[in-house]
Write a protein that binds this ligand. Sequence first.
Ligand code: BG6
Length: 282
Amino acid sequence: MGSVTTSKHANGLEYVDINTPLCKARVFMQGAQIDYFEPVGQKPLLWVSSADDYQPGNGIRGGIPVCWPWFGMSDNPDFPQHGFARTRIWSLESVKMRNQIVDLKFTLKISEEDKQYWPHDTSVELLFTLSDTLSVSLVNTNNCDYEVSLTQALHTYFPINDIHQLTASGFSGAKYIEFAKGPFPQEGDSVDFTRETDRVYTNLGECQELHTPDGIIEVRRENSQSAVLWNPWIEKSQRLSRFNSDDYLTMVCLEAANVLEDKVTLAPNESHTLTTHIRWKA
Ligand code: BG6
């Protein structure tokens, strides 16, 4: 059947270990951040920097950090980049096993201190469905009697073996903003990597693929018309925290998002679910 157990990392962070006939995975309570997912008989689908030492208070440099309730910089420059959810301790509300599939549900209670960042009465959940595919859903519900808007991303780090041999496809018809310029129309369907890439795509179709020497990773999104494609390349790698200077060679981020004109606006009592599905296609 499989097992779901909780343990503590040497540096103090608590995590959930999932071990089933379909996959092995690990999810930390801090940030409800998954840092490991390996479908049985296949290679791991998530990348983590070997420079990360899993210190409490730091988001892990890899896996899937949750950017919430804003992506990138807030309008207030003193607020943390990518929101605060990725460094807060989430609660594991439920664990369900059906056949060989595991469902986990995490919730984040907004602390009094964090109300300076997010004074709205909303609820936020992160759901994992772990089989030979990884599905992650970020669910927001507005409990206020007024409209609330937010931006967000599931900031997935993928292992890609060699950035020079990576082709990302599925981008035709989209447009992107990069380094505060644009929007530019996407030319062709695919993107190759020869320099720093930091594109915020909108009007994007629901499925992209990462063609790597190890196989094709398929990335699907639901309730999302936007995504971020990021590789820091040589110079920015020197400046990033918990990141080796040559890490840019073996990772890429393709982030399921709701940003720019695709931001989420919730009427009172309304909910929204951003989902990403990740698997080895071949
Ligand atoms: C990406 C952004 O999503 O996240 C990049 O597009 C940013 O500009 C990167 O550098 C990493 O951010 P952080 O806060 O985790 O270092």
